[in-house]
Design a protein. Sequence first.
Length: 123
Amino acid sequence: MLKNSRIQYFILVLIVIALGIASRKIDGIPTFFGDTLYAVMIYFGLRMLLVNFNIKKTAILALHICFAIEFLQLYDAEWMLEIRRTTFGHYALGQGFLWSDLGFYTLGIVIAFWMDSNWIRKK
């Protein structure tokens, strides 16, 4: 059962990554959609790694990680800017701090937690 849960969350992470990348490539999709999906991906990634961890604690941990990454965008040391200039660094660490992103991350965590509570864990 544990292996199946990890695989299930891994597949969800891959789907969310694909949706997030597509959201940046398709015109007309607001950028906050990608920010929300980023938080969903963080939540499901943590669920994959910490499958036996309490889901409420997972949601709180995911939110802390998202907030930490957003606040890290205020740090502009040259070595950090070099990392952000790479494709992976850009997607993982973002480019600039926005207060609104904190709200979109919160929305993403709430959506992922709701999905996990109502659909995924009930199967």
